[in-house]
Design a protein around this ligand. Structure first.
Ligand code: AKB
Length: 337
């Protein structure tokens, strides 16, 4: 008998560790984590497999041993990192996702019921051509401005489409239609965690600024002061994933939803950081190439559909994110290191 588990790819990453932490707190024990890095959550006894999502023989071995009820497919190379190795990013972000969708599809058919496939997409799927257009369309809907200018954004957008394909049209000409995957995606803004630092993203200037200040390190922000994009505190991101996963299928009018919390400029970010760390040294030294990527992302995302269909609402607005989540936890984190 195969063991029923929840598979978390990218389990050792920022979202992965926060998700596993929350699932564990909720009493979920049948978690199988997969990552090329070891799991940092040392207190937990989560089964962790060291491996690459593109390793098909490895996935086949896992399928022989486990039944995947739900897959949180979090493994990805982020936007800045992907620009340095675009083909490798495509391999991980697209081919890795394709392999997992196929695996989920086979398992759905074998079980006679859909595997739930939860996918974090990103604000990076949007691509506004210039700052005037960005100002003119500050709060984008899911179907607007889907013209990404990065490999990562293109990968995410295409994988959303693959997910929709695997949940609606897979093998559409076969005599016997297989049981389809239940694919659901959220498009996240920049995420900020009090406990981990992102790596390889282009929204990283936000979390980097506050973590540097908390450690008393100077920080040179790589975007202009007036650069505005949406952000969200990590606990809200985890809630969004779990809430979307728990929503009955009939309530969902789409398979891909925007979710967001607050938008602020890099200059406003600095002002918030200075409130808690008045001696913080933050200067602005824009890197024109990374700047161009962030300039193509919208100021805000319209998440009305998520709010209407599955009651999405962030618990941490701008003020609570800084005063109740980031500041106390970050101070504590660096005090104890
Ligand atoms: C990145 O900067 O690449 C990510 C994202 C916005 O998806 N944080």
């Amino acid at each position: 008998m195969r063991k029923k588990v929840i598979l978390v790819t990218g389990g050792a990453g920022e979202i992965g560790t926060a998700l596993i932490d929350e699932l564990w707190k909720q009493g979920v024990r049948n978690i199988l984590s997969l990552d090329i890095r070891p799991l940092p959550l040392l207190d937990f006894k989560v089964t962790h497999v060291l491996g690459d999502i593109c390793d098909r023989p490895l996935l086949e071995r896992l399928v022989a041993e486990y039944e995947f009820d739900t897959i949180f497919h979090l493994a990805a190379l982020l936007s800045t990192r992907a620009e340095f190795t675009p083909e490798a990013a495509h391999r991980v972000n697209v081919e890795g996702t394709l392999g997992l969708l196929q695996l989920a599809s086979d398992q759905s058919d074998w079980r006679g019921k859909p595997v739930l496939f939860i996918f974090p997409s990103s604000v990076a799927v949007y691509g506004l051509p210039d700052l005037a257009t960005k100002a003119q369309f500050p709060r984008v809907r899911e179907w607007e401005w889907n013209y990404p200018r990065t490999m990562y954004g293109s990968n995410k957008l295409y994988c959303e489409m693959l997910g929709v394909y695997y949940s609606k049209y897979y093998r559409q000409l076969a005599v016997e239609r297989p049981v389809m995957v239940d694919f659901r995606a959220v498009r996240f803004p920049g995420l900020i965690s009090a406990f981990t630092l992102p790596s390889g993203g282009t929204s990283d200037y936000g979390p980097e600024m506050i973590h540097a200040a908390a450690q008393g390190h100077p920080y040179a922000c790589f975007v202009r002061e007036d650069t505005r994009i949406p952000f969200m505190a990590m606990p809200d991101a985890i809630r969004a994933l779990l809430q979307l996963a728990a929503t009955p299928a009939e309530k969902l009018s789409r398979r891909v939803y925007n979710v967001t919390s607050f938008s602020l400029s890099a200059g406003e970010f600095r002002e918030w950081v200075l409130r808690a760390f008045p001696n913080a040294q933050v200067i602005f030294e824009p890197d024109l190439r990374r700047q161009a990527i962030v300039d193509s992302w919208p100021e805000d995302m319209n998440d009305n559909d998520a709010r209407r269909d599955w009651g999405w609402q962030p618990e941490y607005n701008l003020e609570r994110t800084f005063t109740e989540y980031l500041f106390p936890n970050i101070v504590q984190r660096y005090r104890s290191t």
